[in-house]
Ligand binder design. Sequence first.
Ligand code: NBP
Length: 473
Amino acid sequence: MANDKQSFGLIGLAVMGENLALNIERNGFPIAVYNRSRDKTDKFMATRAAGKHVKPAYSIAELVESLERPRKVMIMVKAGAPVDAVIDELTPLLEPGDIIIDGGNSHFPDTDRRTIELEKAQFQFIGMGVSGGEEGALNGPSLMPGGQKTAYAEIEAIVTKIAAQVDDGPCVTYIGPGSAGHYVKMVHNGIEYGDMQLIAEAYDLLKTGVGMGTEELHETFKAWNQTELESFLIEITADIFTKMDDQTGEPLVDKILDAAGQKGTGKWTVETAFDLGVPIPTMIAAVTARVMSSYKQERVAASKILTSTTTGKYDGDRAEFINAVRDALYCSKICSYAQGMALLGKASKEYKYGLNLAEVARIWKGGCIIRAVFLDKIKQAFKRNSELPNLLVDADFTQTILSKENAWRLVVQSAAKLGIPVPAFSASLDYFDSYRRDRLPQNLTQAQRDYFGAHTYERIDREGSFHTEWTDK
Ligand code: NBP
């Protein structure tokens, strides 16, 4: 009987799958779940899913059998080969018109390939970015679905209910065809890398340059969360400074090894930016900073050789400098988002995604890791002008950044003087300084290329391509 069937199927009961399943069930959609290792399913059914409208399946065939048509099956497993393995197992059991949703962090070229393969087999396919971690998945993530519009129409009722809800709607929208959803999620993660690195640099300046302890750091970030910087990442940063280590009674953050990993999405964002020729120096700096941090042993050894004469302490007006760090963080953040949105704009044209950047900013306002009050300003900027070439030239952002520019320069100068690395702050300032320059020194680069390789150059005063014999030889 049709009403015995479940509305939705989910494969993969790790952190994200479990929480999404509970979110979907809580919103009134009976769900069937399957995990490759049976013990996870059993544990889930015996604990968090107990007494809920969750039907366990112990084979993919059993899962498929339990679903109403067109079937909607979401795959929430590790990105890469596991997704293909699940699709291969799933497709012989499905019927034309059924919908497969890949909710993991799949690399967008994989999503394009799967879209073609699955469309050929008459299945509908949605590549959907999901952001918000464990808590978001359970209580309302930001969702970035891409693929066939007809498939989106089939899942719209579910995704609009389970997504985070903000003042201007649910944090989900149809992103675009093919890999549009996974592309936008990838750039979201690149921006997340940038935000996290910028906050880490502000922390270093306040800790090392100003001499703040964790209590004052907590108070400072808490106060910053009442300003234009208000965001999930600033909020959790303030919280982190209050957590004491159970074993030593000292601040836990000071006991954590300073080596961060970087998984696929940050690197992929950098790669695609180079492929499309879009400058994203802040995100590149953020990925590089994580890579550099992983050279812990070498850094410790080098610290004993490359001893510095700088004191590491700022000797100017303390309160003024703290405010300047906040302003520098905000200006750098604007540059980082300007880069991310410019990358999305270029990708939209190149890959024919048809992205609505105001909508992208809107669905990031809640649920996801980069959620912030600031995203509303970005939404407004793209609403004012959907063809805005860069956020920096939106009147609102121009005014903000120019009003804080001196503070930003003070911070980057001071960091250089003190020997505190601020790769993302300075990459952002360089981005600003390069973008606003009507003439950059690449005329010299072009002259050099023509000199050694006869690469030719263009002139500023005449049309055409020119070559010069630079020497008499
Ligand atoms: P993981 O990325 O840790 O993947 C674990 C799941 O994949 C388990 O259910 C595992 O089954 C299953 N799996 C693997 Br591994 N190989 C499989 C195969 N060949 N066939 C079937 N199942 C297989 O889980 P996650 O952290 O929940 O993330 C899921 C996806 O969501 C990933 O793409 C991730 O990048 C993305 N994501 C994660 C977060 C987050 O905060 N964790 C946030 C946003 C997006 P098993 O139990 O049998 O080993």
